[in-house]
Write a new protein. Structure first.
Length: 328
């Protein structure tokens, strides 16, 4: 299982985790990105409101994000909300994709803790009380970890398994395995993530980068009760590309590594055979190394452009309640 952050849970009030400082009950937001989900939304809403209504000492809101659906999703959402102030709706102009839709929801959510989950009930709403309980114990991030994936094709299970292990091996900070975008984020984490100017969010990577105390809770991922997966092969490929490029320095450095290995290999062969390094070997090796150098500069530019602060504060002693968790 994914190890908890070394610092462990933070006592209530220290990092702002586990609720508001004033005496009011904490507000829990649930963000649900929806793309062509008309077939399942009524069921999802019913199960969500049942679970949320039963949460002890908590207020709640649900933020549905219509990510440019082409079916009756928006109509269904407006009729589900029916003027209920606890249901907030956000509609994007077109289909921007799952990660962007979640980000739009995080920006619209006002809760002390925000839970992100899929619309299709593959992420069971019944896990929410457990997520909230861990948050109240002081964890800033509570991820739901898939212990099984009954409802998915063999292709998806195998490619996801291999891909996330590859990503974990290449990433420059630990990546949680077997977790998607079903998780609870404390307000401090949401504030940090929503202030980043990143145009191409990869939230599970950003959450790991942010480094807040994280714990995971296992669940069984069930099949979709209705509708079809909205993750086409193209969208899956795009998400994996985004993950690798945003979490790992390896793709940018790859040419340099290949170049150095090539030059080393060619030099050794030349030494053993007692002849000179052929010109073609020199040129290819040097070109690759230079490309890697360019890659390294591009990474630096990319790092500045995505506007991540150089570090994130967890807490201070004595606490200074007016200080933001991250430098502005
Ligand atoms: N989704 C979205 N925009 C997209 C694709 C998907 O908002 O472009 C939403 C979708 O409605 C669902 C969640 O993201 O709530 C996960 O999508 P899906 O269930 O199709 O993915 P899978 O579970 O098959 O990986
Ligand atoms: Mg799904």
């Amino acid at each position: 299982p994914f190890p908890a952050a070394p610092q462990g849970p933070v006592p209530a009030g220290a990092s702002g985790a586990a609720g508001p400082a004033t005496g009011r009950p904490p507000l829990i937001s649930v963000v649900v990105p929806c793309f062509d989900e008309e077939a399942v939304l009524e069921r999802t809403h019913r199960r969500l409101t049942t679970v949320l209504g039963a949460l002890p000492d908590c207020a709640h809101e649900v933020v549905y994000v219509d990510d440019g659906s082409r079916d009756g999703t928006w109509r269904t959402l407006t009729s589900l909300s029916g003027g209920d102030p606890a249901v907030r709706l956000v509609r994007l102009t077109r289909n921007f994709g799952h990660q962007q839709a979640i980000l739009a929801g995080l920006r619209a959510a006002t809760g002390d803790a925000v839970i992100t989950m899929d619309a299709d009930l593959q992420d069971p709403p019944e896990l929410i009380p457990e997520l909230v309980e861990r948050w109240r114990a002081g964890w800033s991030v509570v991820s739901a970890r898939r212990t099984s994936r009954a409802g998915e094709s063999r292709f998806k299970v195998v490619t996801a398994h291999v891909y996330y292990r590859l990503l974990a091996a290449l990433a420059d900070q630990p990546v949680a395995l077997d977790t998607g975008d079903f998780r609870l984020l404390d307000r401090a984490v949401v504030r940090l993530l929503t202030e980043l100017p990143e145009g191409e969010p990869y939230l599970r990577g950003s959450v790991c980068w942010a480094g807040f105390p994280e714990v995971s809770v296992g669940y069984e991922r069930l099949p979709r009760p209705a509708g079809r997966s909205k993750y086409s092969l193209r969208k899956m490929a795009e998400l994996s590309r985004r993950g690798l490029v945003s979490c790992s320095p390896v793709p940018a450095r790859m040419p340099a590594v290949v170049g150095v290995a090539w030059l080393g290999g060619a030099a050794m062969t030349a030494a053993v055979r007692r002849h000179r390094l052929p010109l073609a070997a020199w040129t290819f090796g040097c070109e690759a190394v230079l490309l890697g150098l360019l890659g390294e500069y591009l990474r630096l530019v990319h790092r500045e452009l995505r506007g991540r602060p150089p570090y994130v504060l967890l807490e201070r002693h004595p606490p200074q309640p007016d200080e933001p968790a991250a430098p502005a």
